[in-house]
Design a protein around this ligand. Structure first.
Ligand code: PEP
Ligand code: MG
Length: 587
């Protein structure tokens, strides 16, 4: 047992994978290697360079061996993350920078590598985008493997754990997570990490509760301490007293009960008591999330964010590489539909190879479709890759950040060109592929009637629509209280969009975060949305309200809500209605 001074201490980190677990700690040493800088004699230089090259090769071999072992147990599904780490090994940047320091500063290999890792970490830490920022930790994980080789310190594999435990480490690599035996490791806790680190994504994919980003928790725990963790709220208690223990146990039972109840909804239709169907789909970013789509009863993918394929690399993916990934997603989802969005980067989402300039107002800058239309040489390969994937299943395509008619016509012209080139090359694709646009800019709302004549469907991106309609930066924590999805201006905007879509006989969908919040379901249903696409985990909760909420009542409710003047009045009325009329609580 650890020192009594931390007993019953509650710590808060980042909830990275939902669920509650109570078990003894298994502390594994993944601390950063302590390195002494030493100055070399000039004559020692060749030997030191060779020592570094040998350590790098040995660390790479070790990861290749891990890969083989993981492939044997888990199959190919998650291996691309390991492959991305192997690419970092092979990338000359890390080794050239380190070898350069050894030579120019006469530094020992450990010291030079530590400085190089720090430099890349700082470079990535300065990036605004959370996902990209986390990629700095991938470089660190690879660097630490080489450091361990240089220092002769072997890593204890996580597969050696005994009994049911919560695995605690300074940091865990994706390879660590993939080697976990789920029957033994029932929870994960780390000092480092964020919600979008690859390890967090894998923990969610494997459905192991995880709390990350606790900073110094490894220093407060020892193997054998009892730990209660909640991966939803990101809290944990060290050696809980009987009261705290009971709290977490109740919470665990409640969570598991809700999970079981909601799981029963998985195969039930998403239909209101008065027979109105709303298609409930999942948003997809990584192939790892596909099992979760099935596990939560998704009717397909309403938003496939393709930008993830472009991050964390030096060159752009070509048509064939993109096709391979889209094809895999489409095949695995088939016969369910997959709605693929073309590249939405720019602003603070940096992509190497696209020549993005520094901008004063990135959110209002060269983003999304503006960037694609400026770079037809990269846009056309993506259009062709998506079209080729359309031959393999039910694929729809749509474009982000459309602000006017000119842009969508340009997109359609390029799409026609991509089709002509594929036809000429004898490549099959769906000639009738449905084409849509994101509605996320106020100008698009105001001309929704005109845009509706140009496309087969609308998908409202409320994350951006709210930001642009209310002039609230969606990433600014100081303005979070003003980011109001129920602002009367937002509700009116949504109504204009749905009405314009239906007047033109096309589908009105929503794929912003608002679609996955059960509180908003009666509003979106009453407004008449045909499809809601959300984080897969939210689907059962949204469905549970939908199945109890008659459309006719939701329409009346919306008519009332549209008469209020503030978001606060609207929210108060809505919460009251949800608890009384639809006999559901909002938790
Ligand atoms: C949105 O803006 O609501 C949306 C779904 O797109 P993203 O969050 O990728 O900008
Ligand atoms: Mg958007």
């Amino acid at each position: 047992m650890g020192s009594a001074k931390n007993d019953n201490l509650t710590c808060t980190g980042i909830g990275a994978s939902p669920g509650v677990a109570i078990a003894p700690v298994w502390l594994t040493d993944r601390s950063r290697m302590v390195v002494e800088e030493e100055l070399l004699e000039l004559t020692a230089l060749p030997g030191e360079l060779a020592r570094f090259a040998a350590a790098r090769a040995a660390a790479r071999d070790e990861l290749v061996a891990c890969r083989t072992q993981i492939a044997a147990v888990r199959g190919e599904e998650h291996l691309y993350i390991i492959d991305s780490h192997l690419m970092i090994f092979d990338d000359p940047l890390l080794s050239a920078e380190t070898a350069g320091l050894i030579q120019s500063e006469l530094l020992n290999a450990e010291g030079a590598l530590r400085r190089t890792i720090r430099k890349f970490k700082e470079y990535f830490a300065a990036i605004d985008d959370e996902y990209l920022r986390e990629r700095g930790s991938d470089i660190e994980i690879v660097g630490e493997r080489i450091l361990r080789q240089l220092l002769g310190r072997q890593q204890e594999p996580v597969s050696v754990v005994d009994g049911k435990v919560i695995l605690v480490a300074h940091d865990l690599s994706p390879a660590d997570i993939l080697q976990i035996d789920k029957d033994k490791v029932i929870g994960i806790v780390t000092d480092l990490g964020g919600k979008t680190s690859h390890s967090a994504i894998l923990a969610r994919a494997l459905e192991i509760p995880a709390v990350v980003g606790l900073e110094k928790v490894t220093g407060m725990l020892q193997t054998g301490d009892l730990l209660a963790i909640d991966g939803t709220t990101g809290t944990l208690v060290i050696n809980p007293d009987p009261e705290a223990f009971q709290d977490y146990l109740d919470h665990k039972h409640h969570y598991e009960y809700l999970d079981r109840e909601l799981a029963k909804l998985k195969d039930l239709p998403a239909v209101t008591p008065d027979g109105f169907r709303v298609s409930l789909k999942g948003n997809l970013e990584f192939q790892e999330e596909i099992p979760s789509l099935f596990g939560h009863g998704s009717e397909g993918v309403g938003l496939y964010r393709t930008e993830m394929l472009y991050f964390n690399r030096d060159t752009l993916p070509d048509e064939d590489e993109q096709f391979a990934v889209y094809a895999d997603v489409v095949r695995r989802l088939s016969p369910l539909p997959v709605t693929i969005r073309t590249l939405d980067v720019g602003g603070d989402k940096f992509v190497a190879g696209l020549n993005l300039a520094d901008e004063l107002n990135p959110a209002l800058g060269l983003r999304a479709i503006r960037l694609s239309l400026r770079n037809p040489e990269t846009f056309l390969p993506q259009l062709k890759a998506i079209l080729r994937a359309s031959a393999l299943g039910d694929v729809r395509i749509f474009f982000p950040m459309i602000s006017g008619i000119g842009e969508i016509r340009q997109c359609k012209r390029l799409l026609a060109q991509a089709m002509a080139e594929l036809r000429a090359a004898g490549q099959p694709f769906d000639e009738q592929i449905k084409v849509g646009i994101m509605i996320e800019i106020p100008s698009a709302v105001l001309i929704a009637d005109l845009l509706a004549k140009e496309v087969d469907f609308f998908s409202v991106g409320t994350n951006d629509l709210i930001q642009y309609a209310l002039a609230i930066d969606r990433t600014n924590e100081h303005l979070a209280h003003l980011y109001e999805p129920l602002h009367p201006a937002v509700l009116r905007a949504l109504k204009i969009v749905v009405d314009a879509a239906h007047a033109a006989g096309i589908e009105a969908c929503m794929c912003g975060e608002m679609a996955g919040d059960q509180l908003f379901l009666p509003v979106l249903l009453g407004l008449g949305f045909d499809e809601l696409s959300m984080n897969a985990i939210s689907i059962p909760r949204v469905k549970s309200i939908l199945r109890r909420c008659p459309k006719a009542e939701a329409e009346k409710l919306v008519a009332t809500l549209l008469t209020y003047s503030t978001a606060q009045e609207i929210e108060a009325h809505l919460k009251g209605e949800i608890t009384s009329r639809f006999s559901a609580s909002v938790d």
